[in-house]
Design a binder for this molecule. Structure first.
Ligand code: FPP
Length: 250
């Protein structure tokens, strides 16, 4: 099945350059099996591994995963610490494999807010893979889009205050350049698993024209076939960027 889906993707045309994912539903996946929430996160890591592999293999250039939001800090302390441990454990365990597969690891968000151990795991992983040229795997950690925009406004205001920039000349590019994602193209496809129909403070500026793909599948069940089908649906849509259908196909 995935083999014929891959063929269809190649035949249909353009791949999304940047896929962003809100990985939701780990807790409910666990609850539906009478397991503790952390089992859902653990199983979710198997989905992460599989989705990273598939995206790398088919030639997606950027994959951004909403791993921990600024709002997730209000979860129970025990769950936060379990997620942080899983994060650093997974990176340490997987980094050689990622490196071997030419994956470049990076992050967006307030990394400094993470426990030192998790920060160090991320920093080591990013350092090791910084020259890789394959899939760019971006983990959003302690990330919130409003906080990111606030930071961008502050950076730009500083420039205005220093006389380096005139307020009337501030452009959309200036704003894009002041975000964590300054070197990353806007996402083409944003997937949310777990049945919710919300953006939840994720890449608000960057996803102005992004195609949304919402699915009820819980993240631990979202695997190769699911992402290939999402990409096939994306390819079948016509992206108009505010123009008419005739203009786009002309
Ligand atoms: C959302 O499900 C999931 C999270 C907030 C955490 C996701 C983290 C991982 C899968 C581990 C990440 C590790 C790496 C290496 C990327 P939820 O808990 O909100 O589910 P619910 O809505 O059903 O409660």
């Amino acid at each position: 099945m995935p083999k014929s889906l891959r063929k269809q993707i190649l035949k249909q045309g353009d791949l999304p350059t940047h896929v962003a994912i809100i990985m939701d539903g780990n807790g409910r996946w666990a609850k539906s099996r009478n397991l503790p929430r952390v089992s859902g996160h653990k199983e979710g890591i198997n989905s992460v591994r599989e989705i990273v592999r598939v995206c790398g293999e088919i030639g997606v250039s950027y994959l951004t995963l909403y791993t921990f939001s600024s709002e997730n800090w209000s979860r129970p302390k025990k769950e936060i610490s379990a997620i942080m441990k899983l994060l650093v454990g997974t990176i340490r365990k997987e980094i050689n494999n990622l490196h071997k597969n030419n994956v470049r690891l990076s992050t967006i968000g307030n990394l400094e807010a993470l426990p030192v151990e998790s920060q160090n795991g991320m920093k080591e992983g990013m350092e090791k893979t910084k020259n890789n040229t394959g899939l760019n795997l971006i983990l959003a950690l302690s990330y919130g889009s409003r906080q990111e925009l606030l930071m961008a406004v502050q950076r730009i205001a500083d420039k205005v205050q220093l006389g380096q920039l005139n307020s009337e000349q501030i452009s959309e590019e200036d704003i894009s350049r002041a975000l964590y994602t300054s070197n990353v193209p806007d996402p083409d496809l944003l997937i949310r698993t777990g049945g919710e129909h919300r953006i939840s403070n994720f890449l608000l500026w960057q996803s102005a024209y992004t195609e949304l793909f919402l699915t009820d599948i819980y993240w631990p069940d979202f695997r190769e076939e699911s992402i290939l089908k999402a990409i096939i649906e994306y390819q079948a849509r016509q992206r108009r960027f505010g123009m008419t259908g005739e203009q786009v196909s002309a």
